[in-house]
Design a protein around this ligand. Structure first.
Ligand code: A2P
Length: 301
């Protein structure tokens, strides 16, 4: 399994199993099957409600812990106490450490609101903590390195928010990774260039275009898939690797888990064709929750 070197000299396997929207029952067999297939990188989050099953599958696989790369994420209602968020995730996972702990979204939510995960205000908008922001959260997350996680990073950060984070005097550690939505409808070339220049690895979530993806039948991608005699999904995963990102395809289907693991080395000409595909098929962001009044995505570049 090939790896990418992170800015703290640890390594991350380029391909990992995504688990968002995998129920606890589904995810147990999916993770076990993925580990049998050869995956060594599993991506989860407190908010996915499946950490406990994933922990059990890891344990039952019998694979030594140091051969695995496990990521989980700090949920928004824990922004003021990331050490508690991590502690609770480790307990659910049944692990002593994770390899990577990510700030899931750059928005703190009220931990004492009307819902433990998605507290809302009477007007329906999310109940956001005033007077706190992700720079303060990051200040605290930095202390977690060596205390339950090997590395820390962020998720759903655009260039503007990354710049703010990196310029803050309290920022001593550059995030090792930024996990964002990436696929041919949302290649985010500008963000990728910026992240590479700063030594931040981008991780692609929803690399297939999420559930019922229109990309799987996109004629240009189907044509490239025919050239390599593989599925369109394999082309999407291989393109993510070709452009230097980590890629996290989600599946609970054994056959797909297996085929998603067999990537191909794309010719540059095909990689560049896919790079430019958004010019004809258009830009589409599939995951864009309402964080009003906070702007999370200032653009789609
Ligand atoms: P399932 O989990 O039922 O196998 P993304 O990673 O972009 O979020 O995409 C996940 C979606 O794509 C899920 O609905 C998943 O279905 C489906 N999927 C995963 N792998 C493949 C594949 N090789 N071919 C077609 N669909 C796939």
């Amino acid at each position: 399994m090939s790896t990418i070197q992170l800015n703290n000299n640890t390594k991350i396997p380029v391909l990992g199993l995504g688990t968002w929207q995998s129920s606890p029952e589904e995810v147990y067999t999916a993770v076990l099957h993925a580990l049998k297939t050869g995956y060594r990188h599993i991506d989860t989050a407190f908010a996915y409600d499946n950490e406990e099953s994933i922990g059990r599958a890891i344990h039952d696989s019998g694979i030594p812990r140091d051969e695995l790369f496990i990521t989980t994420k700090l949920w928004c209602t824990y922004h003021q106490v990331p050490q508690e968020g991590l502690k609770e995730s480790l307990k659910r996972l049944g692990l002593e450490y994770v390899d990577l702990y990510l700030m899931h979204w750059p928005v703190p939510l009220n931990p004492k609101g009307n819902d433990p995960k998605f507290p809302t205000l009477p007007d329906g908008n999310r109940d956001i903590v005033e007077g706190w922001d992700f720079v303060k959260t990051w200040e605290k997350m930095q202390e977690l390195v060596g205390n339950g996680t090997k590395s820390v990073g962020v998720s759903n950060f655009d260039v503007e928010n990354l710049e703010r984070l990196l310029e803050a005097p309290s920022t001593k550690i550059v995030p090792v990774a930024n996990q964002v939505e990436l696929h041919p409808h949302l290649p985010q070339h500008k963000l990728l260039k910026f992240a590479k220049a700063k030594g931040i690895v981008l991780e692609a979530y929803s690399p297939l275009g999420s559930t019922n993806s229109p990309l799987l039948t996109e004629p240009e991608l189907v044509k490239i898939a025919e050239k390599y005699q593989v599925s369109t999904a394999t082309i999407l995963i291989s393109w993510a690797i070709w452009r230097g990102t980590v890629v996290l395809p989600k599946s609970i289907t054994p056959k797909r888990i297996e085929s998603n693991f067999k990537t191909v080395k794309l010719d540059d000409v095909d990689g560049k064709t896919i790079d430019d595909l958004h010019k004809t098929i258009g830009i589409k962001r599939f995951i864009n929750p309402n964080w009003y009044p906070v702007t999370v995505f200032h653009g789609d570049e």
